[in-house]
Every structure is written in structure tokens, then in C-alpha cells.
Write a protein that binds this ligand. Structure first.
Ligand code: NDP
Ligand code: 2IT
Length: 446
């Protein structure tokens, strides 16, 4: 058995209960065969065995009092996966599905994503199984305060820098950061990113993941002298990433025809009204189905948009992990899709990814490359915080675009270097990210 298969077997034997982590570890490791063959130092140094175990995982109790005066208790986590390139960096997710497996997969992905940005960032992730849905504003605030009462022991601007993810946006980051200040009497703005503009936040951080995704897609299409103009775009999700990706896609001439939430999807062949979606989802915290109250021509379907029969050119999954399996990927290909780029983390299972990799001429970009815009602008927020300075939105946008183009081009160059098909973005992203981290681990004996 080869080196990679041995390590995969170890992971399967030892982390049986961590389904999502095993899935992401296999996806990455399986693509690294050529890299470890050509560089025997990685096996000699036992780098794979070293990289798959987080430096540490902190688990803690989070208790808050709900509006009825009842104590509610949740699990809180921070996975500090790898700091070879810089402080642990990655979001915090509040969602009832959160568990150690999900946070380990997200933290593991984050190591390589952050390496691809070229910024000095390690990888981590955190969160809680707290469900913000249906909670009052004050309950959410109390929960954030309690979460930080534990988390603050473990983070720091040169140690571990959290940010947002599902269920954690600018408002929650504000509460978390405020509590950090109260506990430490320090205004260390670089301790958390995604802050509001005016108290340390970067312009365009909110938009960055979605905009970055579209800049990446633009660059992919340019390989075939193609553009976004008049492309029909299917998006899943209706949160931060989905809405900003949709906005930028429309700005560049595409037509976004679907949007979804965890209950169902909207198909509006005239083009989804994004300000209406933002009003329903962001302001009113409603369900996407309410779109029909305003747009009689639109169609609502229960369940996944990827089961629907809708003709599309481009698919951008921007909701959550494992939304697309083999049947669904076949369905979107049958419906005309020529490009799929991941705004979410691990929206495709490994069977679906392998199917796409076999398709001639299909363009597929994994999340760790395509959705790296968010953490990139988080990195730029840290730069601004260290300098006690703000960049203009034009400056941030220019740097974001440069980083996304650079990640894209590095993926292609890595493929060429190893004799892979140049548009095998999976190989390019995994190999480039891995080598950067592995070499830094060896140099520092981590
Ligand atoms: P938000 O909380 O803003 O939005 C999440 C969206 O996904 C909502 O529309 C939500 O629907 C939907 N969703 C959540 N869980 C499920 C589920 N189990 N099934 C179907 N739909 C679901 O999160 P973000 O937009 O920030 O994050 C979306 C994805 O992008 C995640 O995978 C995240 O890890 C990834 N990402 C985020 C970055 C960021 O900067 N925020 C950076 C890079 C990646 P509903 O309203 O019904 O819950
Ligand atoms: O998955 C991700 O890259 C994020 N949720 C953003 C992480 C960050 O630190 O900005």
C-alpha cells in the first residue's frame, strides 16, 4: 500500500465517527499522489500524519438564559488546526448541525485555502450547535457574550483570529468583539475579522466571498475566451455568500435565475430580484418562499434546486456542505451546465467531484480556491488593523481581484508543473496549498 493509501486507512480506522472530516481528508489526500511521489521528503518527514491532526481542539460549555428565564446549554468549539503559515484563521459557525467532525473538515479545508491566498494565515474553525433561527435579538446577543466568555482565553491577533460563517455575520461579530474588549480591556481589533466598518472592519469584507467567487469564475471563463455576459446562473443559498455572488454576477452581465434556502428554492426566469431576497432573508429573517407573494411569475419548489429541471450555464453552490451528490451533478450537467464553482465549503460529495473531473472540457473550481476571497479580505482587515489604517473600497476590491486571479493562475501553473490537465483546479489548488504548508512545517519542525 502506498503512502497516501496508508494514511487514508489510518484516518478511516481512527476517525470513523467524523464523517465529514474523513470525506474532506480523503478528497485532499487522494489528489496528492504525484506530489508525494516527486517529493519523497514528505513521506520521510511523515508530513501527512502530521498535517491531519489539529494542533489542538478546544471544547467548552456555552450557557445563556433565554427570554423565558430558562438556562440553555450548547457545545462550543475552536479547532486550531495548523499555524505553519501564520495565526490560526477561520470562521465561526452557529448552526444546529455543528459538531466536531464538521468543524474539523472546515478547519482542514481552511489550512489549504488560506495557504492559497499567499497571506500569512494558518487554518482553524470554530462554532456552536446553537441555532439562531427563531431566537430573539437579545437571546442572540446573550449567546454571543457567553460564547466569547470562553473563547477569549484561546484567541489573539497573533494567535488565532476568528471571523464569521453560517449564522455569524457582522452583528454577531460586533457582539463577540465587544465582549472580548470588556474581558481584556484591550482594543485589539486584529483579534477578529468581519467587524463593522468604523470600528476596525474592512470595507468590502461582507461582499468579499461572493465577489471573489465571481472574479474567479470570470478568470476561468477567460481560458475559453468566454465571459459572464448573458450566462444563466443557478445559485443555492440566500445568505452572505449567495447574495453577493449574485450581485456581482448580475453586474457583469449574467442572469441569476435561482436562489434557495434550507426549505426550498425560487426559480425566476426573468432574473431573481436581489433586493427583494435581501429584504426577505436579511432584514425579515423570513423564508425564501415569501418571494412568491411579490412575484407571481416565479416558481417555488420544495427541497433542493439541484433536483429541478432548469436549464443553466453556470452553477454556484453557496449554501452548505454535501448539497450535491452524483445524481444531482448529473442532473445539472444534463441541463446544460458548463461551469461549477463552489462558494460554499465542500458542497459536492467526492463521487460528484470525481464525476466532474472525468468530463472533458468542464470547468470545476473547488471552494478552497474559489471562495478564498472572504478570508483574503479578512487578511487585508488584519493588515489595516495592524497599521491603524483603512484602505478605500477601490483598494480592497483591486487587491481582492488580484488575489483571486493569482490563486486561479497558480492552480493552472501547478497543474502544468506536474503534467496535469491545466484546468484540473482540484489538483492545482490541493497541491499548491499543500506544498506551501508542508514546506513551512518541515522548516519549523511543526
Ligand atoms: P449565511 O448564514 O449567511 O447563509 C447560509 C445560507 O445557506 C442560507 O441561505 C441558509 O438557508 C443556507 N443553508 C444553511 N444550511 C443549510 C442546509 N443544511 N441546507 C440547505 N441550505 C442551508 O452563511 P454564508 O453565506 O456566510 O455561508 C454559506 C457557505 O459559504 C458556507 O458553506 C460557508 O462555510 C461558506 N463560506 C463563507 C464565507 C464567508 O465569508 N461568510 C467564506 C467562505 C466560505 P436558511 O436561511 O434556510 O438557513
Ligand atoms: O470559510 C471561510 O473561509 C470563512 N468562513 C471565512 C474565514 C475568515 O477568516 O474570514
Amino acid at each position: 500500500m502506498g503512502y497516501i493509501d496508508r494514511v487514508i486507512k489510518y484516518i478511516e480506522d481512527n476517525y470513523k465517527n467524523e464523517k465529514e472530516f474523513v470525506q474532506s481528508a480523503k478528497e485532499i489526500l487522494k489528489s496528492l499522489n504525484k506530489v508525494v511521489e516527486i517529493n519523497p521528503i514528505y513521506e520521510k518527514e511523515r508530513i501527512l500524519e502530521r498535517i491531519i491532526i489539529p494542533d489542538r481542539v478546544v471544547m467548552f460549555k456555552v450557557m445563556y438564559e433565554d427570554d423565558n428565564g430558562v438556562n440553555q446549554v450548547h457545545n462550543g468549539y475552536r479547532v486550531q488546526f495548523n499555524n505553519a503559515l501564520g495565526p490560526y484563521k477561520g470562521g465561526i459557525r452557529f448552526h444546529p448541525s455543528v459538531n466536531l467532525s464538521i468543524l474539523k473538515f472546515l478547519g482542514f479545508e481552511q489550512i489549504f485555502k488560506n495557504a492559497l491566498t499567499g497571506l500569512p494565515l494558518g487554518g482553524g474553525k470554530g462554532g456552536s450547535d446553537f441555532d439562531p433561527k427563531g431566537k430573539s435579538e437579545i437571546e442572540i446577543k446573550r449567546f454571543c457574550i457567553s460564547f466569547m466568555n470562553e473563547l477569549y482565553h484561546y484567541i489573539g491577533s497573533d494567535k488565532d483570529v476568528p471571523a464569521g460563517d453560517i449564522g455569524v455575520g457582522q452583528k454577531e461579530i460586533g457582539y463577540l468583539y465587544g465582549q472580548y474588549k470588556k474581558l481584556t480591556n484591550q482594543s485589539l481589533s486584529g483579534v477578529i475579522t468581519g467587524k463593522g466598518v468604523g470600528y476596525g472592519g474592512s470595507l468590502l469584507r461582507k461582499e468579499a466571498t461572493g465577489y471573489g467567487l465571481i472574479y474567479f469564475v470570470e478568470r476561468m471563463l477567460s481560458q475559453n475566451n468566454d465571459t459572464l455576459k448573458n450566462k444563466r446562473v443557478m445559485i443555492s443559498g440566500s445568505g452572505n455568500v449567495a447574495l453577493h455572488a449574485a450581485k456581482k454576477a448580475v453586474e457583469l452581465g449574467a442572469k441569476v435565475i435561482t436562489i434557495s434556502d434550507s426549505k426550498g428554492y425560487i426559480y425566476d426566469k426573468k432574473g431573481v430580484d436581489l433586493s427583494l431576497v435581501s429584504e426577505i432573508k436579511e432584514k425579515r429573517k423570513g423564508r425564501i418562499k415569501e418571494y412568491l407573494d411579490y412575484k407571481k411569475d416565479a416558481v417555488y419548489g420544495e427541497g433542493s434546486v439541484y433536483d429541478a429541471n432548469i436549464n443553466v450555464d453556470i452553477v454556484l453552490p453557496c449554501a452548505t456542505q454535501n448539497e450535491i451528490d452524483l445524481d444531482r451533478v448529473k442532473n445539472i450537467i444534463n441541463n446544460g451546465c458548463i461551469l461549477l464553482a463552489e462558494g460554499a465549503n465542500m458542497p459536492l460529495n467526492n463521487e460528484a467531484i470525481n464525476y466532474l473531473l472525468e468530463l472533458d472540457g468542464f470547468l470545476y473550481a473547488p471552494g478552497k480556491a474559489a471562495n478564498a476571497g472572504g478570508v483574503s479580505v479578512s487578511g487585508l482587515e488584519m493588515v489595516q488593523n495592524s497599521q491603524r489604517y483603512y484602505f478605500s473600497s477601490e483598494q480592497v476590491d483591486k487587491m481582492l481581484k488580484e488575489i483571486m486571479y493569482q490563486i486561479h493562475d497558480e492552480c493552472i501553473n501547478t497543474c502544468l508543473m506536474y503534467g496535469e490537465k491545466p484546468t484540473n483546479y482540484v489538483f492545482g489548488a490541493n497541491a499548491r496549498g499543500f506544498v506551501r504548508v508542508a514546506d513551512a512545517m518541515i522548516a519549523q519542525n511543526l
